[in-house]
Design a protein around this ligand. Structure first.
Ligand SMILES: [Zn+2]
Length: 473
């Protein structure tokens, strides 16, 4: 390690491109052929990957500002998270033994007390935890906007910028309160017009569609049981008018399926299809209860799935049919989901959980391989976010988002296959993580933020939220 973490921008003051050379490491590129190198190299030039291959880096490279000896390491593309709710960082460990609807009903009154400072602390905690575990592209689905709560989306964006992570947040919404037949209490929802106006404003203010963008906004009404049909329809129109992506929860539980059949006379996928919500610009979280025709509809339209195995297990929602989706070429990525239903808040452990949970399904040991699991967490996630030409694999010309995992320590040194060590073994330490060629993790610690401070702030803000909910709830 030859250079401090900060001050490592892609070019010198004179505009010459800076190179980082990583050598002597195993490399899993996760390209279309699954190319791997047992003793390879990666060269980063500015914010892009310049070369990847077996053996040492090409000789004679200029402006090499850092050489990394990757002995004992596996290099992979950075992990891509496709579903989260940062604010839940402050309400972890509650309703520990509930299923989804009971869990939501228990937590809505607490969530309705959040404000900007709380969301900032929660975002820093959520992002910090993921980044130190190899996430280089994060997303968030925020849908609780109490009156007078401040700029919640702005607080999340500031946190992502500080940590240096690529960010695809979505402006969520709920407009179907209890008195109209929805699940959330009336005080937790917005009006349809207010939700749409705020969503459009968020897109206009923040969305950057350019190649290599660090910030893309999506449109994300919460779920079929918390938003009106009108909001879904108009949100789809808004997203397509603006050229941004659509996201929601779909087919998560049997209760949701029952709700849709009773209220709309059809299942969640047919209902979402009827309001314009299938397409290659849409991805949905969970998709646990999918029929063969639902999976065929997702495949036909290119609709993506955020698979969240830990959250689905925590809430006893069921096992998504990921092997069937992959066989049909449905785009599938991995998601942490909100940490009120997945207290660990990590994505690298979801590589292992996805493999294990899916092997409990009908395909048993043939369900997922370690390499398929790694693909879900990298290229699969990039495809779900519509960013597969920029990130998700290590190939020349793609953005330099990559992770060096240490696989020669006590937890992994006796596992001969480095990909199996990463996916099936204990959580591997991150020695170095780059986003756009800039350091975000160095020797297992966040490079751009103080982890102990993040932990203290999260505890303080969680206490403040608990007191606010207790005194007024
Ligand atoms: Zn969720």
């Amino acid at each position: 390690m030859t250079e401090p973490a900060n001050g490592n921008g892609p070019t010198h003051g004179d505009g010459r491109v800076r190179r980082i050379v990583i050598e002597n490491c195993a490399v899993a590129t996760v390209d279309a052929h699954g190319t791997e190198h047992t003793d390879g190299h990666v060269v980063v030039a500015g914010d892009l990957i310049e070369s990847v291959g077996e053996g040492r880096a090409p000789a004679g490279l200029e402006n090499v500002v850092r050489r990394v000896d990757g002995s004992g390491h596996l290099v992979t593309p950075g992990l891509v998270n496709t579903h989260h709710h940062f604010y839940q960082w402050l309400t972890r460990g509650l309703a520990q033994d509930a299923s989804l609807f009971d869990w939501l009903v228990a937590l809505y009154p607490v969530w309705a007390r959040i404000d900007e400072d709380m969301v900032r602390a929660a975002a820093r905690g959520s992002l910090g935890m993921m980044v130190r575990g190899g996430v280089t592209t994060a997303m968030d689905h925020h849908y609780v906007f109490p009156r007078g709560c401040g700029d919640l989306l702005g607080a999340e964006i500031d946190a992502a910028r500080e940590l240096g992570v690529r960010f695809n947040p979505t402006r969520g919404s709920m407009d179907l309160g209890e008195s109209d037949g929805g699940l959330p209490p009336d005080f937790a929802v917005e009006s349809t017009d207010d939700a749409l106006a705020a969503t459009e404003e968020a897109v206009d203010r923040h969305h950057d569609p350019s190649f290599g963008s660090m910030l893309r906004i999506g449109v994300a009404p919460c779920s079929p049981f918390s938003v009106t049909t009108e909001l879904l329809r108009r949100a789809a129109e808004l997203a397509r008018r603006k050229g941004v992506r659509l996201h929601t929860h779909g087919s998560e539980t049997v209760e949701e399926e029952k709700f849709c059949h009773e209220r709309f006379g059809m299942g969640p996928t047919d209902y979402l299809d009827s309001v314009g919500w299938l397409g290659d610009d849409v991805w949905m979280a969970h998709c646990v209860h999918m029929s063969d025709s639902d999976i065929a509809a997702f495949a036909r339209t290119g609709t993506g799935v955020a698979h969240c195995p830990s959250s689905n297990a925590r809430l006893a929602a069921g096992i998504a049919r990921v092997p069937d989706m992959l066989a049909a070429d449905v785009p599938v990525g991995l998601g942490v989901d909100g940490t009120a239903s997945n207290e660990s808040g990590e994505l690298h452990t979801e590589l292992r959980n996805a493999l294990l949970v899916n092997r409990l399904g009908p395909r048993k040991e043939k369900a997922l391989t370690a390499r398929e699991s790694l693909r879900l967490g990298t290229y699969g996630g990039a495809r779900v976010l519509g960013r597969e030409r920029e990130i998700g694999s290590l190939e020349p010309g793609k953005l330099a988002d990559l992770v060096l995992w240490r696989v020669d320590g006590i937890g992994h040194s006796s596992i001969a296959d480095p990909v199996a060590a990463l996916v099936m073994g204990a959580p591997a330490p991150v020695t170095l993580s780059l986003v756009n060629g800039r350091t975000v993790v160095e020797d297992g610690r966040l490079a751009n933020a103080d982890e102990d401070l993040i932990a203290r702030e999260a505890r303080n803000e969680a206490g403040r939220l608990a007191r606010a909910a207790g005194s007024e709830g």
